[in-house]
Ligand binder design. Sequence first.
Ligand SMILES: NC(=O)C1=CN([C@@H]2O[C@H](COP(=O)(O)OP(=O)(O)OC[C@H]3O[C@@H](n4cnc5c(N)ncnc54)[C@H](OP(=O)(O)O)[C@@H]3O)[C@@H](O)[C@H]2O)C=CC1
Ligand SMILES: Cc1cn([C@H]2C[C@H](O)[C@@H](COP(=O)(O)OP(=O)(O)O[C@H]3O[C@@H](C)C(=O)[C@@H](O)[C@H]3O)O2)c(=O)[nH]c1=O
Length: 290
Amino acid sequence: MLNILVIGSNGQLGAEIRSLSHGYPFQFLFTTRKELDISSLENINQYLNAKKVDVIINCAAYTAVDRAETEEEQANLVNHLAVQSIAKAAQSFDIKLIHVSTDYVFEGIAYQPYLEDALTNPKNIYGKSKAAGERAMCNINPDNSLIIRTSWVYSSFGSNFVKTMLKLGRKNDQLKVIDDQIGSPTYARDLAKAILDILPNLNHTGVEIYHYTNEGVCTWYDFAKSIMEFGDIDCNVLPQLTENYPTPAKRPHFSVMSKYKIKEKFNIEIPYWRDALKECILLLKNEDSA
Ligand SMILES: NC(=O)C1=CN([C@@H]2O[C@H](COP(=O)(O)OP(=O)(O)OC[C@H]3O[C@@H](n4cnc5c(N)ncnc54)[C@H](OP(=O)(O)O)[C@@H]3O)[C@@H](O)[C@H]2O)C=CC1
Ligand SMILES: Cc1cn([C@H]2C[C@H](O)[C@@H](COP(=O)(O)OP(=O)(O)O[C@H]3O[C@@H](C)C(=O)[C@@H](O)[C@H]3O)O2)c(=O)[nH]c1=O
């Protein structure tokens, strides 16, 4: 039976993997920052010396996009240097590594979905730190390893845009939301399932990059409108230009990513973003009324 170590298991993706784990014939080890702080190679090596691990799924990251603009060192430590350490450890212990990255590695000036080998050129510190993590992992190149880029992730666990909009929508009559940044939302549960479904089938040398988001595209404004619709919230969402909604970090205007590679290689079907969103909000409503 495969022994799978899920690092960062208190985050959105990590928590979804944990909640799906019972349906899979694998042995799981889940660590939070308390059990395994990835900011030191020594911690990682010590942990891997003590446990038998076949696959690492790295769900840990520094994800505070605006805060990263003033905490560059911290973002770089977790999203770049720690990934380098995990990749080195994966190579020396002969472990498959599944690492997760982001659409924010792209500049966002494309006019068609980004392919996996498209040039990266991040606009903000978070994106730069994630791109540096990707490069470090590719340089070390542990066998049977994946980088899965995803985008606009939400879940019933943790904090995210969906929960923020539900909260703000219940408190305000109207909200201004950016309508000139285009991307694809991703329900962390769908991504978690895809990762668990494909991991027994990894059989290649070095690192491969794949993209996974829910199907379809939208703006943050469209996303917010759908959140109000499925949340039964009477809040007027007003479209807003990026230039009229200043934030510390710049974000790409277009970060839609092509998913044909992962669909064809692993023969998976990906849910449409509105169907996935409806499912997550239904779960949140049931939790509220429980
Ligand atoms: N959220 C999003 O919209 C998107 C996320 N991604 C990527 O997907 C992956 C999963 O993201 P998501 O689940 O949303 O992230 P979350 O922010 O929900 O969770 C990240 C987890 O990483 C943990 N962590 C941070 N630093 C360390 C450390 N030094 N050692 C151990 N654990 C640490 C955090 O622990 P603690 O709670 O203690 O801080 C937290 O539990 C990440 O790689 C992210 O970059 C990609 C695209 C979109
Ligand atoms: C709260 C709010 C945000 N916005 C805008 C700001 C921003 O452009 C967009 C999303 O804002 P957020 O700060 O919630 O999301 P952000 O932190 O940019 O989300 C990103 O997180 C990282 C981790 C990723 O990897 C990305 O894929 C992406 O999901 O919505 C509004 O227009 N109105 C609002 O009321």
